[in-house]
Each structure stands twice: as C-alpha cells, then as structure tokens.
Ligand binder design. Structure first.
Ligand SMILES: [Zn+2]
Ligand SMILES: [Zn+2]
Length: 484
C-alpha cells in the first residue's frame, strides 16, 4: 500500500514544530531516538504497510515474527504519527528521566514485542469467542499500544492525579481505561485490542511480575538499577551536558525544593509559552542575586529561598474577575454590573440626579452597581413619576430587589411596592431602581435613620410608596421620640 502522500505532510510539520519548541536539548536521548526512528520509518518505510502490520494470521500462522518489531514503529499517515509522537514526547520526557535512559529504552523494546504478542492472544481469543475469523486477519500498526503501556507506568509513578478526558474528571489510575473506551467510540479505525494489549502489558509491569523479570534479566548491567538510584545515574550522564543542574548546591537554589518532575513540567510549560527568559524569570534571577549578595537576607531566608512567579493574566482572568464589578465607569450614579446572569441589570436606573415625588432633586455622589451593599436605595416606576419607594439594606441591591420582585410575583397586597407593580397596566419591567447612598453603616438603626432622612427629603411617606402604615410602626420602635 502506497502511503497517501500529500505535497506537505501537515502532521509531520506540526510534529517538528512541537519538537523544536520543546527544544532538542530538553528531550532525553532514548525518547529523541525513538521519535527519530518513527519519523525516519514514516518517510522511508522498510516495507509497505501490509508487510509490517501484525495480526494472528501473519504473526502466528505465517511465523513472520519480525513484524513484532516492525509494527509498532510504522504509521498509517502523518496524523497517526503526529498524535503518537507528541504523546511519546510528553511521556518519554517524564519517564526516561525517572527511570534512566537505558532502562527506558529496554522498557520500550520489551513492551513493543510483548504488546504484539498480547495483541495476537486477544485477537485469537476474540475470534474464538465471537466465532468470527476476521479477528485473525485484523492487522495493526502504530506506537499507541506502547503509549498506553507507558501511560499505565506514568500513572503508577504519579498516582492521585486527576485527568480530564472529554470533560470527565477521573483519577489518573483509571484514566487509561476511560481513554480506551473514549478513543474506541470516537475514532474509527483504531485498534481496540492493540490499545487494550498496551494497558495489559503496562499492568503486567506495574502490578505483575514483568518488572521483576526485566530487572532480573538486566541484572548483569550496573546501569539497570531501581528508580531509587536514578537521580545519581542521571546526573552522572555526561552526554546530556546541557542539563542545567550540575551540582547539588545549585540544584536546590534554582529549584526552590521542587521535584525534578515539577521543575521539568514547569520548564516545559515555559518553553511552550516563551523560548527566551520571561520578565518573571528575569525578575526572579535578579531577586536571587540580591539574596546571595545580602548576608542578612540570606540568614533570614535560609539556603533554600522559594522563588515563585505569578502567572501573567490569561484570557480567562482578563474576561472574568470575582473581585471587581465589570463596569469601569467612574461617573456618579448606579450602573448595571453586566454579569451574564444578573437579573437586576435591566432594572437599573443610571441617572446621576434623582427627582422625588415632591420635585426635590438629589445628586448622587458616587458610582454604584448591582453588587453594592450597605445602601439606601430608591425604587421608581417607569409609568408613574410620583411612585417612589425608599429602602435600606445591608445586603446587595441585587439581593434586596430580588426580594421585592418575589413579593410582587406573589402579589403581597399589604406591601405598597408589591401593590403598585401588580396593579392593572403594570408589570415587573416597570420597576426601576438606583442607589442613593452607601455608607459603612454599623447598625440597622444607623441605616434606618439615614433611610428615614431620605424618605423625608422626598416626602415618600405622604406622596410616594412608603406610606404603608404597618411599615411605619417599624420606625416607631427605632425612633420612639419621632412623631410620624
Ligand atoms: Zn447587574
Ligand atoms: Zn406605576
């Protein structure tokens, strides 16, 4: 089968861009080598695809065993290659640094062959169980089986993380299973048995005897040590000379106690955003230098100062903010907060001068929004100029007006506001509101006395909507000497 060759293999270009963005010097040798081999064989396949793919028929019956080695490193098209190699890049960088290059290479080689064998066993079983001989000729290529196995390994080394698969948050321990099902359901032409074989081989390593067997077989080599000694092995690895942490002392100073994995993730993330030093990194370096030069600072901070960079604002932070209201207006008056779900915004009356039913006008001095609290507010009617109600609340205007609206909907006749807006020819949208003033009122009494002053100023007790007598008794309690 001739590969469907386009003028430019977009997937291949994208892969190269990704590799150079991470930086060749940041990719450990075996990962880089495996990646190079896959790309090379994609450009110059050893044999046509039908002669390298693995199936029960070709592998077991025809005894074409070299397919076990060839199938994982050949790919169907450039996108197949791209997705597998980007995944290899991320998993390889982590795992190779954790396990050591030689052992990682050993793992990849053993996994590749074992996955081919497990794949054939699975397909053989499926053919027998479902009585469908087509499973025996299902031919698979690609690195994704090995990637599934590496994923199981990586999750074994970093347990307790939460993965996000198609919007479903799941503990990374089970992520590979969900991914297996998701990929099978979403992408036609992927090999379910091939991926399952990958997971099974990964589990054979993490839970089964494979790890022990591999270590025993490799026992003669002093390089193949357990992960406990990996760091020593790695820092002595001279070929990777651009590794930035040369001595233990430097190491802690630059890392601020982060583990290698954390640093590497951070470095990688940084390299994806910006290839040069960021402003924050430069500031941090300057800060560290200052600490070094100042004996007092050094004494105070110890020999492991933690330098942390604050993330520069991303799009989400620019578009949403919990702490500030949305308007940047500084004009006096009340303005809609413009939050997407705010029910009050349509009722906001934004004038800076309010005229009461007695024609007294009042100039608002500050800027308020739906979320302002500890306020004296006015409710007005779009239809009737004389209908004004003055109220006070320690809550936000939004909460308070929402309570008024509930009263109106429930038709509370004893409340004048509710009575006015539920009368004939009126509806909720006639209600407009604004804040008259806001103060750091400490008690309800302080708020109520300020509210009463506003009522008296606009004469809403006689001409407006504050004439509800039951409401007035409330003031009689607060102001026993005030004759209303
Ligand atoms: Zn609002
Ligand atoms: Zn009205």
């Amino acid at each position: 089968m001739q590969r469907n060759r386009r003028a430019v293999d977009a997937g291949l270009l994208l892969l190269l861009a990704q590799v150079f963005q991470v930086g060749l010097e940041n990719i450990p040798p075996v990962t880089l080598g495996t990646l190079g081999l896959n790309v090379f064989l994609f450009l110059k396949p050893l044999k046509p695809l039908p002669n390298v793919c693995i199936s029960v028929d070709q592998g077991y019956y025809q005894k074409d065993w070299q397919r076990l080695l060839l199938a994982p490193i050949h790919h169907v098209d450039d996108w197949h290659l791209y997705f597998n190699m980007v995944s290899l890049l991320w998993k390889g960088i982590k795992l190779e640094r954790k396990l050591g290059s030689l052992f990682f290479g050993y793992i990849i080689a053993v996994f590749s062959v074992l996955i081919g064998i497990v794949y054939m066993v699975l397909e053989f079983a499926l053919a027998g169980l479902l009585n469908d001989p087509s499973y025996r000729v299902n031919c698979a290529v690609g690195f994704s089986g090995v990637l599934f196995a590496l994923k199981v390994l990586s999750n074994h080394h970093h347990p307790g993380r939460i993965s996000n698969i198609m919007g479903i948050r799941v503990s990374s321990k089970y992520a590979c299973w969900l991914e297996l099902v998701a990929i099978h359901l979403c992408t036609a032409g992927t090999s379910f048995a091939g991926h399952l074989a990958g997971i099974l081989v990964g589990l054979m390593y993490t839970l089964g005897p494979l790890k022990m067997l591999m270590k025993a077989t490799a026992g003669g080599f002093s390089y193949f040590n357990g992960s406990a000694r990996q760091r020593d092995y790695y820092s002595g690895f001279s070929r990777h000379s651009s590794y930035p942490y040369n001595t233990r002392g430097d190491y802690d100073m630059y890392t601020g106690g982060l583990t290698e994995d954390e640093q590497f993730e951070m470095a990688l993330r940084n390299s994806l955003h910006d290839r040069g030093k960021t402003k924050e990194e430069k500031a941090a370096t300057r800060g560290l230098k200052k600490i070094e030069q100042d004996a007092k600072l050094q004494e105070a901070l110890g020999d492991r100062p933690i330098v942390s960079c604050r993330q520069p604002p991303n799009l989400k932070m620019i578009l949403t903010n919990n702490h500030r209201t949305y308007h940047t207006n500084t004009n006096p008056g009340t303005f809609p907060c413009n939050k997407p779900r705010c029910q009050l915004c349509p009722h906001i009356h934004s004038a800076d001068t309010i005229i009461g039913p007695n024609q007294v006008s009042y100039k608002i001095k500050n800027t308020y929004s739906c979320a302002s609290r500890n306020i004296i507010y006015a409710i007005m009617c779009r239809k009737c100029p004389s209908a004004m109600y003055i109220g006070q609340t320690s809550q936000t205007l939004r909460q308070r007006i929402s309570a008024h609206k509930t009263d109106i909907r429930q038709d509370h006749k004893e409340k004048t506001v509710s009575c006015h807006f539920s009368q004939k020819g009126h509806c909720l949208s006639n209600l407009i509101t604004c804040i008259l003033l806001q103060k750091p009122f400490k008690t309800a009494l302080e708020r109520e006395s300020s509210e009463l002053l506003s009522m008296l100023k606009f004469d809403t007790l006689r001409r407006g909507l504050n004439k509800d007598s039951s409401y007035l008794t409330h003031y009689k309690d607060s102001f026993p000497n005030y004759h209303l």
